[in-house]
Design a protein around this ligand. Structure first.
Ligand SMILES: CC(=O)CC(=O)SCCNC(=O)CCNC(=O)[C@H](O)C(C)(C)COP(=O)(O)OP(=O)(O)OC[C@H]1O[C@@H](n2cnc3c(N)ncnc32)[C@H](O)[C@@H]1OP(=O)(O)O
Ligand SMILES: NC(=O)C1=CN([C@@H]2O[C@H](COP(=O)(O)OP(=O)(O)OC[C@H]3O[C@@H](n4cnc5c(N)ncnc54)[C@H](OP(=O)(O)O)[C@@H]3O)[C@@H](O)[C@H]2O)C=CC1
Length: 291
């Protein structure tokens, strides 16, 4: 089955990155979000990130124009009906994702492959709410999508080999590398990364270090490109908390208990970069630690 067009649901930081790399690779892209503002913001970010690639000679100005021309945006989910591949990248809440798939399915071609960019939620369970669990997969990009090499491919219990091979080919067309993961809570990357971030928040909560010392310790002491709290802000604290809850509920081990301080930041609406405040305050010229 040949994939030529891709529907991306959710135009947040992941959705815009996925639309960007798909368009650069030559796929026609239809980007969907509930509100027009999100779509407008996403197109502006894609434009800026394409410029970044032009200025670094990764793509030409003509490539940029052709890529932008391949992306259309819509608030109507049903307009994704003719796409060959769907990548769902809406908010990390199971009821939102399930609703999207249930709404979309009656409008799809029989061969269309359904995927989710979920960071943690069971692929098997999401697939079971559709008419095509054998054509359903986890397609997990890393943030920032235009830069990060990895895509995790997660088979649900029913996913067939043809679907896996078709998704693997898309990953290769994007110039990225796939890692295969089994369908258990948070798969590979977040099973390992998120408990580290949660532990960094406990380290802050218990006063072992402040925001700056914790981030500096891990950047200079373990050669991480970003400190764990800076990375949590970059990912989004709501997403980090949602992943910890999936690990905690799904594996039933207290070692995955989300730090109460992480919950408090989310309750405050301090979700990190996307709301201009998280472990750092981004409203001024330079980020200022909040603790
Ligand atoms: C939560 C999940 O489910 C899974 C996840 O995604 S977990 C998160 C995984 N991601 C990470 O761990 C990211 C860790 N951070 C990093 O790797 C780096 O800090 C970074 C790549 C984001 C930025 O690197 P940096 O050296 O500080 O910045 P900078 O030199 O300006 O940029 C490096 C490159 O990234 C590009 N870039 C930086 N930010 C970007 C963005 N938001 N979008 C697109 N491109 C970006 C730059 O254009 C530059 O490209 P080239 O190397 O091709 O010239
Ligand atoms: N952040 C990260 O580093 C990574 C995240 N992911 C996963 O990618 C997905 C998206 O995350 P991210 O981009 O960070 O989140 P964002 O919060 O940046 O974006 C989510 C977008 O989805 C929109 N949305 C919500 N409900 C619907 C719906 N029913 N239909 C269409 N759009 C909808 C939101 O709109 P509104 O704001 O109006 O609610 C928002 O624009 C999540 O599953 C997350 O776990 C995967 C890898 C890395």
């Amino acid at each position: 089955m040949e994939i030529k067009s891709v529907g991306v649901v959710g135009a947040g930081q992941m959705g815009n990155g996925i639309a960007h790399v798909m368009a650069v690779a030559g796929y026609d892209v239809v980007l969907n979000d509930l509100n027009a503002d999100a779509l407008e913001r996403a197109m502006a970010v894609i434009d800026k990130n394409l410029d970044r690639q032009v200025s670094r000679n990764i793509i030409s100005a003509d490539d940029k124009a052709a890529s932008l021309a391949r992306i259309s945006s819509t608030q109507e989910l049903t307009e994704l009906g003719q796409c060959d591949l769907i990548v769902e990248a809406a908010t990390e809440r199971e009821e939102i994702k399930t609703k999207i798939f249930e709404t979309l399915v009656p409008h799809l071609k029989p061969n269309t492959i359904l995927t989710s960019n979920t960071s943690s939620i069971s692929i098997t369970r999401l697939a079971s709410r559709t008419d095509r669990p054998e054509k359903f997969m986890g397609f997990h990009f890393m943030n920032p999508v235009p830069v990060m090499q990895l895509v995790e491919l997660i088979r649900g219990i029913a996913t067939d080999q043809e679907t896996y091979q078709a998704c693997l080919k898309v990953v290769e067309d994007l110039g990225k590398t796939a890692a295969s993961a089994e369908d258990f809570p948070a798969f590979i990357v977040n099973r390992i990364l998120m408990p580290m971030i949660n532990e960094a928040v406990y380290t802050l909560y218990e006063g072992v270090g402040n925001v700056s010392s914790i981030d500096q310790a891990m950047k200079l002491g373990a050669n991480h490109p970003m400190g764990p709290l800076e990375l949590a802000d970059f990912i989004g604290l709501d997403t980090c908390l949602a992943i910890m809850n999936v690990l905690h509920d799904g594996l039933g081990d207290t070692k995955y208990r989300p730090c109460p301080l992480l919950s408090k930041y989310v309750e405050a609406g301090w979700l990190g970069r996307k709301t201009s405040r998280g472990f750092y305050d981004y409203r001024g010229d330079a980020p200022v630690p909040t603790r």
